[in-house]
Design a protein around this ligand. Structure first.
Ligand SMILES: *Cc1c(COP(=O)(O)O)cnc(C)c1O
Length: 450
């Protein structure tokens, strides 16, 4: 039986798939944060290149991938689709379990799939430097790699607590030539204001976004880049699902359920959006399951409404499932899943009942990650493990019913930089957090009135 389903380099997709062409109803537009009027392309020009703004607003179904970008993708794409034969045996399940492994990229996650085209389009439009924020460092390291490849400078504002506690992704950023500052920093007005008031603050993603956006908006040669949430990011990630469809053809199979973890919502849309037309047109019984932590349950407990993308209320208002822009989730180990909202395209499909969402506690997620690692060898990122948990549950259910379902997990990255989280789990000191209902309620009371 084939356990590793590989494609030839020439089969790296030539076009990205834009789900905006197939939405059951048009997306509610992003709004200007000051006027609450629909955002105009010009509003974004101080911080994004025109080609990406065009993609952000496009409803064309297929968008060509530049040859220069495909050339860089060749470094690690096409990524393998594995049949989890050993996991199936361990679970004694008749289900067929597959996983698409994005951990083979140089940065160890799916994030370079969008960092590379974003750096490329900025380079083409004469930009010399990109500023961005990073939490635990996955996005910062992906953008550092991409800017290095295209000869751009890169400035990364890294949340202070991670900067101090998680030095190794910062080390990678330096190897790839990026400069990385703990946020809040004294390089921006936003950072200086916070430091004056709270000199010992651990920082937050919201503050770091404010710093990076200010840096980009106040320097002509500098743009800003975001690693999730926005339409063009999800577009770039569809290389995952487009490859998976070809890989399933090779083994003459097709998924019954696709699982992906969900932080801002980019790796999961990347794998499942190319399947949306099948689901809508051919009425396939395909289930698409977005998996999130109970500690930050935006899709399962949030409100579907307009909210800011950041704490400082600088970004456009996006229609999304949100826990409130100033909601600060508990410090769970899946740092990449701690965003208060989710990508508008994904949220709209959840709202329409086409994609479903489930939330899981971190201990049961690490149980599943450990079962997976002991069967398949790969140590998954704690984020990715949220998608493994329900797949294992479904496979066990199949053992009881005798059903032979085909299950697909998107394994968004490896956990080599998250071993302290695995230690905490193995030492028995990992805590589960209940849904912080009171905190969410307080935060939702401060939603913008639109
Ligand atoms: C950043 C990250 C995530 C969460 O981000 P999405 O935009 O929801 O994909 C998930 N997995 C890994 C490995 C990450 O680095």
């Amino acid at each position: 039986m084939r356990s590793k389903i590989l494609l030839d380099e020439e089969e790296i997709p030539k076009r990205w798939y834009n789900v905006a062409a197939d939405m059951p109803r048009p997306l509610d537009p992003p709004l200007n944060p000051a006027t609450h009027e629909p955002l105009k392309p010009e509003d974004l020009e101080p911080i994004f290149p025109r080609s990406l703004i065009k993609q952000e607003m496009s409803t064309e179904r297929w968008i060509d991938i530049p040859e220069e970008v495909r050339d860089v993708y060749r470094l690690w794409r096409p990524t393998p689709l594995y049949r989890a034969v050993r996991l199936e045996k361990a679970l004694k399940t008749p289900a067929r379990i597959y996983y698409k492994y994005e951990g083979v990229s140089p940065a160890g996650s799916h994030k370079p799939n969008t960092a590379v085209p974003q750096a490329y389009y900025n380079m083409k439009e004469g930009i010399e430097r990109i500023a961005t924020e990073t939490g635990a460092g996955q996005w910062g390291s992906a953008l550092a790699l991409a800017t290095c490849i295209f000869g751009l400078k890169c400035t990364i504002y890294m949340v202070r607590s991670s900067y101090d506690q998680k030095p190794y992704r910062r080390s990678m950023m330096r190897v790839w030539g990026a400069e990385c500052f703990p946020s809040p920093s004294n390089r921006t007005n936003a950072g200086r204001r916070i430091l004056e008031q709270f000199p010992d603050t651990p920082g937050s993603l919201g503050i770091a976004i404010s710093e990076a956006v200010e840096d980009a908006a106040t320097h002509d040669d500098t743009n800003y880049a975001l690693g999730s949430v926005l339409n063009h990011v999800l577009l770039h990630q569809t290389v995952e699902g487009l490859e998976v469809k070809k890989q399933f053809e090779l083994v003459d199979d097709y998924p019954d359920v696709i699982y992906g973890c969900c932080g801002g919502g980019s790796n999961f849309p990347g794998v499942c959006f190319p399947f949306i037309p099948d689901k809508l047109n051919d009425k396939k019984e395909l289930r698409l399951v977005a998996c999130e932590p109970t500690a930050c349950p935006s899709l399962t407990k949030g409100l579907y409404t307009y909210d800011f993308g950041d704490t400082a209320r600088l970004t456009p208002l996006l229609k999304m499932y949100t826990l409130g822009h100033d909601f600060v989730p508990p410090g769970i180990h899946a740092g990449g899943l701690r965003y208060h909202g989710d990508a508008p395209l994904l949220c709209s499909l959840v709202n329409a009942g086409i994609i479903e969402a489930q939330a899981f506690h971190q201990r049961e997620v690490f149980d599943a990650a450990t079962t997976f690692a002991r069967a398949e060898g790969i140590v998954p990122a704690p984020e990715s493990a949220h998608a493994i948990k329900p797949a294992i549950d479904e496979a066990i259910q199949c053992r009881k019913t005798g059903e032979t379902k085909t299950l697909l997990i998107n394994l968004s990255g490896h956990g080599h930089f998250d071993l302290s989280a695995y230690d905490a789990y193995n030492d028995g000191i990992l805590e589960d957090y209940e849904y912080p209902e009171e905190l969410v309620r307080q935060s939702l009371a401060r939603l913008p009135k639109v």
